[in-house]
Design a protein around this ligand. Structure first.
Ligand SMILES: CC(C)(COP(=O)(O)OP(=O)(O)OC[C@H]1O[C@@H](n2cnc3c(N)ncnc32)[C@H](O)[C@@H]1OP(=O)(O)O)[C@@H](O)C(=O)NCCC(=O)NCCS
Length: 179
């Protein structure tokens, strides 16, 4: 578990040019359900749309500790809102273990192709580098998922040539601290 857990619990609300990125809380459930009930969102990740906002609420509650059940991973989820009118457009997540994070990004159908996925992921990546002293960030992406590949590339990840057992490509960015 990264040493910085306490520090990052203290304040990890972020902002980018058009978005507010706030730690996901139960109050976000209805708005997130409205995005996640769209089956189109799950095509490349293999997940199922949640049946209700209560299902989303329960999932958020389980993640409230920000730690995996085994306690060996920090689970961070940011709800993304438009600064203009606070509409929820999606979320970004990072599962952090010692020196390393796995990221994923989700933008609701109505808000895609406007640069929000790249903008939010870039902001989170920068925060992860600066605050958790990571040396590696990874994302697992379906080979045919062009939008997600483009987000990954635009935030600085590159394909490693590795493939997971689930058939996803592993993308990675590494960071070398200055001597
Ligand atoms: C992947 C996802 C987050 C992209 O979000 P987004 O806000 O639409 O992405 P952006 O607007 O920042 O676009 C990033 C790039 O992808 C391109 N793009 C976006 N949607 C595309 C599509 N459907 N087809 C082709 N290219 C697409 C954009 O043109 C842009 O290209 P550029 O960097 O060359 O300019 C979104 O499609 C999504 O949530 N999909 C469902 C959930 C999912 O599968 N998440 C990935 C899990 S790793």
């Amino acid at each position: 578990m990264p040493d910085e857990v306490v520090a990052c619990d203290a304040d990890w609300t972020l902002e980018s040019e058009r978005l507010e990125l706030a730690p996901m809380v139960e109050d976000d459930s209805d708005a997130l359900f409205a995005l996640l009930k769209d089956p189109g969102i799950h095509v490349f990740t293999g997940g199922q749309p949640p049946a209700s906002a209560d299902e989303v609420r329960a999932k958020i509650r389980r993640r409230e500790s920000r730690q995996s059940p085994e306690g060996d991973e920090l689970w961070l989820n940011w709800t993304l809102r438009l600064k203009d009118d606070r509409t929820v457009v999606g979320y970004v997540q990072a599962g952090v273990t010692e020196g390393q994070a796995d990221m994923a990004w989700v933008i609701g159908g109505a808000f895609q192709r406007q640069g929000f996925g790249s903008e939010a992921s870039r902001r989170v990546l920068r925060w992860l580098w600066h605050h958790l002293q990571l040396h590696e960030v990874r994302a697992k992406i379906h080979p045919e998922h062009i939008a997600s590949r483009r987000v990954a590339r635009s935030v600085g990840l590159r394909p490693t040539g590795e493939r997971t057992d689930d058939g996803e490509d592993v993308w990675r960015a590494t960071f070398v601290a200055p001597q």
